[in-house]
Design a protein around this ligand. Structure first.
Ligand SMILES: [Zn+2]
Length: 287
């Protein structure tokens, strides 16, 4: 991943060269609530073209496309988990000429669905929709081959970031990779990018954050505000304890309240921030 990270240049807030003027933001995003699971999935719409991201609920996805009057060009999968790919076949069968796109998880996707992945993408690749580029960003951890898609300022982040939390690593994931994604990759993305997650666990995650840092003002305020599914990465960084593992107060709180778990995780970590991340993920699994 590191070599990809060097070649991939995410847009930065500080650079006017990379900042798109507002009128250039023409990629429209639609959030669709699955009627058959607790997932949320997304439609990217550009001009007359549509891409669906993880359309687990095929019926809702198909009616969205038909009602839009636009042309479905592709289905994008962020990762192989069944609650993200099991709608693929029905959606792909309902329209002609739709391309199935997956990242490094493609072999697992092919094991679960009949329609084989048509196009495998990797970090730094670009996908074109309606003449506009969508960038592929590898975000390993929740699964080994998890990818996110960046279209304008919309980050389709799958099960990597959840409101005030992160994906688990219980189902084919890797905690060290997830930490590296949170520690080395997500901070390079511009604060004005809005992420769109696969699930809405914000309230529970904020309550967990408050359990770790009972006096944290940003977390308290977020719990009293509207519990929205999506927000900017800049806002997320203030309330997501998994993005705050470098803070001394987070590390101290974990060390003092969970000394044994801290010691276990520290034995496998390269830094206190990584230990804090591992302890948080560990605690959240059973909280
Ligand atoms: Zn998942």
């Amino acid at each position: 991943m590191e070599s990809f990270t060097q070649t991939f240049q995410p847009p930065t807030t500080g650079s006017t060269n990379h900042r798109l003027p507002a009128k250039a933001l023409k990629m429209h995003i639609e959030t669709i609530k699955s009627q058959i699971s607790d997932n949320y999935f997304y439609a990217l719409v550009r001009e007359n073209d549509v891409a669906l991201v993880d359309p687990v609920d095929a019926k809702s996805a198909i009616s969205f496309v038909k009602n839009s009057g636009k042309t479905l060009r592709m289905v994008l999968n962020t990762h192989w988990h069944p609650d993200h790919v099991s709608g693929n076949d029905e959606v792909l069968a309902a329209f002609d000429g739709v391309e199935l796109v997956s990242g490094p998880d493609f072999e697992r996707v092919n094991e679960l669905v009949s329609h084989a992945v048509d196009r495998v993408v990797a970090h730094g690749d670009e996908i074109e929709l309606g003449g506009q580029k969508i960038q592929v960003i590898e975000t390993p951890g929740h699964t080994l081959g998890h990818v996110a898609f960046l279209a304008d300022r919309h980050l389709l982040s799958g099960d990597t970031i959840f409101g005030a939390g992160c994906g688990h690593v219980k189902f084919g994931g890797d905690i060290k990779s997830l930490f590296q994604t949170f520690d080395s990759l997500l901070p390079t993305l511009s604060a004005d990018i809005v992420y769109y997650p696969g699930h809405h666990y914000l309230q529970r995650n904020l309550e967990f954050g408050l359990h770790i840092l009972p006096e944290d003002q940003a977390t308290k305020e977020a719990l009293n505000a509207e519990l929205s599914l999506s927000r900017t990465l800049g806002e997320e960084r203030k309330i997501n304890i998994f993005m705050r593992t470098h803070e001394a107060q987070v590390q101290e709180a974990l060390k003092s309240a969970h000394a044994e778990i801290w010691a276990d995780e520290a034995a496998q970590s390269s830094s206190d921030a990584e230990t804090a991340f591992r302890v948080l993920r560990n605690l959240r699994n059973s909280w």
